[in-house]
Design a protein around this ligand. Sequence first.
Ligand code: AP5
Ligand code: MG
Length: 217
Amino acid sequence: MSKIIVLMGAPGAGKGTQARLLQERLGLQQISTGDMFRAMKAAHTPLGEEMRAIMSAGKLVPDDLTIRMVHERTNREDCKRGYILDGFPRTITQAAMLEKLAVEQSKKIVAIVVDAPLDILEKRMTGRRNCPVCNEIYNVYFKPPKVDNVCDFHPNAHLLQRADDNPDTARERLITYEEKTRPLLDYYEKSGRLHRVDGTRDPEAIYADIERIVNGE
Ligand code: AP5
Ligand code: MG
């Protein structure tokens, strides 16, 4: 049975970093709801402006919109062999929807949480930079590009800082996570589907654990 890999963890824990490695090495599609909402936000439509307000406050986008978007996206051809959810589900309602979706798509849910303490998370968020072309994730403290502020793969692309990576919004995102999303860990733990990995190590060590879990399931 093909799998839905649910990558969980606080903001800055390393979900995107690990999802990109899984996509590259196991050929499973990364579905990042955060990236999808950022693309919507860039469109400057009324819906885009709504996203901008929610995201800059560190709050969650409403469940109904998020759920419809994930449903539509994961029913495409490139998700047939399984896929990685990076940043979904984030509420109990979203998790309930995912149960139905997994049945509908004949897939098995494997939940993995990347655990990292608060002091690390703050530095990971405020130090993060992204390539606007390929979305590669860098960090001024932990993973600097070869040339300052320039993507290793796109010499003409200057790295950008996410609008929600300022200290105030980052704090709000952490609060939202504790309130709305952390309870989901219990939800997956109780049904015996939660795997924990120590997210304080370097990305390759974390990846090795995750790949072992994915292949073992
Ligand atoms: P989203 O984009 O998902 O943001 P997030 O959950 O806050 O997570 P991040 O992307 O900040 O962190 P990450 O875990 O991916 O870390 P990364 O790998 O980049 O969501 C943004 C917003 O969209 C939400 O606030 C919400 O408004 C909305 N949204 C999204 N999904 C939603 C949903 N389902 N429902 C409702 N609303 C939703 O790594 C962070 C940094 O650390 C990088 O610089 C990286 O280089 C570095 N790093 C990573 N791993 C390591 C390591 N092992 N060692 C050292 N440095 C590392
Ligand atoms: Mg991310």
